[in-house]
Design a protein around this ligand. Structure first.
Ligand SMILES: *[C@@H]1O[C@H](CO)[C@@H](O)[C@H](O)[C@H]1NC(C)=O
Length: 453
């Protein structure tokens, strides 16, 4: 029943897009009966739901389905790459057995995951809307990948390779700190509630993504929202796939947990990785395959500012240790908007720039002594950068701090739990004084405590 209904709805909406006053469409049901649908102008403008909203929903369903097909192809590529890698490395196994065995275990997991996907046991694609989407695109010859997941070729540029590479090369960050100054003048909490991080609580899980598209992603709140958004509004982007453009908006935590978005934005430019933030009504993000920073204003649904982050490495030159093209990471704290990256000049060390949120101009830049590739993630609190030593170790630590107020660095040892063992996003929210993270399909939040005066 649902499929013809949606088809009808879709054709109606497609027509409605061109001609708003009245429209008409026809469709054929499987039992041979025709359905005629038409619409007329309503008595009042808000008597019907906005065609724009429904259209966006149909577009979302369509691209979600396409995304899933792409993801299947990507996984198949990844498996092929992993298989060839295993064959090549089997000869070297005896030398470094411990490490290689770990990797092999991970490969076997991936292989199992992939076999399930090929067999059609996709992670639950349960909801009605998803079924609708399948019939929608299934009936219109839009399939671009083969349903069994076979894809034409693989390349070293794909995400699977990025990830694998980083898993092999992850090095304990502590061994890479060249210089530190534990006697630095760290700020103490002041009237703005600022201070030095001294404790992180256990993660609280709020939401679990229900499709493979949700393995990596970013979820965000706006510490300085503009009307009609509030501090309760939540945004989410699933970042698996090659053309990530959907920004989901939820009215509050309750709707977020239920998975009911109130709005979906289709971004004009695709998103790279998990570094984006929401601040003062705009989404700040890195444009895919570039060092271009974008400011997308949600109210007008347009990109207001585009600016290249001069000399910044991108696409896996200086990513965080988990890979995934995480070369450029925005952050927001009590002081404003920041971007965390690296350059050739800095020889891969973390560079922090304070940005003007209106123009994306750099206000000031600091170069730290910690290698960007050696840390799993980083975030800013009160003008101090903190780094996380592992994305996959359940008992990770916040191992390093760089204070932009004093230009000093400090070795830290604050426990941080990666409960689901694959943390791909860690951001601080200064309005709530909490850390938000995306850990292996799970959207989690951590309480923190700053040092008191
Ligand atoms: C810290 O470094 C920045 C950027 O290099 C510089 O502009 C600033 O004057 C320095 N501040 C202190 C307190 O040394």
């Amino acid at each position: 029943m649902l499929a013809p209904c949606l088809l009808t709805l879709a054709s109606f909406l497609l027509e409605a897009e061109g001609q708003m006053s009245s429209s008409f469409s026809r469709s054929l049901r499987r039992d041979g009966r025709c359905i005629y649908s038409f619409s007329v102008a309503g008595p009042a403008e808000d008597a019907c739901s906005e065609p724009g909203e429904a259209l966006a929903a149909v577009r979302e369903l369509r691209s979600e389905r396409e995304g899933q097909q792409r993801e299947l192809a990507e996984l198949a590529d990844r498996l092929r790459l992993l298989e060839s890698w295993v064959v090549r490395s089997q000869g070297q196994l005896s030398g470094q057995q411990g490490e290689s065995l770990n990797i092999l275990q991970r490969l076997q997991e991936l292989e199992r995951e992939n076999r399930q996907l090929r067999a059609g046991h996709c992670p639950r694609i349960g909801r009605e809307s998803r079924q609708g989407a399948q019939s929608l695109t299934g009936s219109s010859s839009r399939q671009r990948t083969q349903p069994d997941g076979r894809a034409s070729s693989w390349s070293f540029e794909n995400r699977g390779f990025q990830e694998l590479k980083s898993e092999i090369t992850e090095i304990p960050a502590s061994s890479l700190i060249q210089r530190s100054d534990p006697g630095g003048q760290d700020t103490a909490p002041d009237s703005s509630g600022c201070g030095m991080l001294e404790w992180v609580g256990d993660p609280v899980t709020f939401q679990k993504a229900d499709s493979i598209l949700g393995k990596y992603g970013v979820w965000m709140k706006d510490p300085e929202p503009v009307p009609h958004h509030t501090r309760d509004t939540i945004w989410r982007i699933n970042t698996v796939g090659t053309d990530v453009r959907l920004l989901y908006e939820y009215n509050d935590m309750d709707q977020f947990v239920k998975g009911h978005p109130s709005k979906v934005y289709v971004l004009p430019e695709p998103v790279e990785s998990t570094g984006s933030v929401i601040y003062r009504g705009s989404l700040y993000y890195q444009k895919r395959k570039s060092r271009t920073l974008l400011r997308y204003e949600m109210k007008t649904e347009t990109i207001l500012v585009q600016k290249d982050l001069t000399n910044a490495g991108y696409q896996g030159v200086y990513p965080y240790s988990w890979g995934g093209y995480t070369d450029i990471d925005f952050a927001v704290d009590e002081m404003g908007l920041w971007v965390i990256y690296s350059t050739h000049q800095a020889q891969g060390a973390i560079v922090i720039s304070k940005l003007d949120p209106k123009t994306l101009q750099k206000e000031q830049t600091w170069t730290t002594t910690i290698r960007r590739r050696s840390v799993a993630n980083s975030f800013m609190i009160c003008g101090i950068l903190y780094t996380l030593n592992s994305y996959s170790n359940r008992h990770a630590i916040i191992n390093f701090a760089y204070n932009t107020n004093t230009n000093t660095s400090k070795v830290m040892n604050i426990p941080f739990e990666n409960r689901y063992r694959y943390n791909c996003m860690t951001d601080y929210n200064p309005a709530e004084k909490k850390i938000l993270a995306w850990d292996n399909f799970n959207m989690v939040m951590y309480d923190i405590r700053l040092s008191k005066l």
